[in-house]
Design a protein around this ligand. Structure first.
Ligand code: R5P
Length: 288
């Protein structure tokens, strides 16, 4: 069994190799001067079970994933599994207005080609895995995030909006505490409002958990609201830390005690590893 590391997911690939006792494939990935991607798989993968690990964010990594799949397929492997730690475009999972592309579906269709199994991590909405035209499954990073939060003695886990409530409940169950959600209204890509809602957080240690932190607008507002209501400490955690622009600054200024993300997108806040959950899902769904 071989793991093929994409350039955006090298660290997860190396952790996964250890979790599942596979070999890491030798690959050359670089960009031509005009920006086009070059991919060469140097290991012989004929007859092997092959697991490609690569994010589909930002856009250039979609092309890289397509080229990796093609190079691997040409080697006649026994099976191809595509692990996508962060599946980009997942938030455009339906038509919000007539004429829009359902981007998550369009991407899933392309990524399914030549692949026996797709595994992704916290795909915004669970039903997104049904967009793939091959066997697809997902795992949750919440158990690993909860493990990290365990020594912090969290009293309440909050979701910054209703859509994230299941993740908050899952974490609260592991942490043995209460959960609740805030009421978010999105005004624009960067601006959100939190509707006033009384939550029992006075003098309490709170964790706010979301799937994605992008511009940080949602989390900053949530932290601000919870601080206003008298929380003692506010831990902010997400699976996918995109942290666009001054997101970190915004969340810190709002009064976060600590910012935590997983390593699906590698950054300075990747304090939680998702490879153990990916390995578990792989073992449960493997194609042969
Ligand atoms: C939205 O439904 C997601 O779960 C996140 O809450 C959202 O993507 C966060 O975006 P931002 O950090 O830009 O507010």
């Amino acid at each position: 069994m071989y793991v093929v590391p994409g350039s955006a997911s090298k660290s997860i690939a190396s952790h996964l190799v250890r979790e599942i006792s596979a070999d890491i494939a030798d690959v050359e990935i670089r960009r031509f001067i005009d920006g086009e991607c070059y991919v060469r798989v140097k290991s012989d993968l004929k007859g092997e079970d092959v697991i490609i690990v690569q994010n589909t964010y930002p856009d250039e990594n979609i092309i890289e994933t397509i080229l990796l799949k093609s190079a691997v397929k040409d080697m006649e492997p026994k099976s191809i599994t595509l692990v996508i730690p962060y599946l980009g475009y997942a938030r455009q999972d339906r038509k919000f207005q007539d004429g829009e592309a359902v981007s998550a579906k369009a991407l899933a269709r392309v990524l399914s080609i030549d692949v026996d199994l797709v595994i992704t991590v916290d795909p915004h909405k669970n039903y997104i895995v049904d967009f793939f035209e091959t066997k697809a499954s997902f795992c949750s990073a919440v158990p690993e995030i909860a493990k990290y939060l365990l020594p912090k003695d969290i009293d309440v886990v909050l979701a910054p909006d209703k859509g994230a409530v299941e993740r908050a409940e899952e974490a609260a169950k592991i942490l043995g505490c209460e959960s609740d959600f805030l009421e978010k209204k999105r005004i624009s890509d960067e601006i959100v409002e939190m509707k006033p809602k009384e939550i029992e957080v006075k003098k309490k240690t709170v964790a706010i958990i979301d799937d994605i932190i992008s511009t940080g607008g949602t989390m900053a507002k949530a932290v601000e609201e919870i601080r206003k209501q008298g929380a003692k400490d506010v831990y902010v955690a997400c699976t996918h830390g995109l942290f666009i622009g001054n997101a970190i600054d915004k969340i810190n200024r709002a009064g976060a005690t600590e910012i935590i993300s997983t390593d699906t997108i590698e950054n300075a806040y990747s304090k939680v590893k998702v490879a153990p959950q990916i390995a578990k899902t792989l073992k449960e769904n493997f194609p042969n």
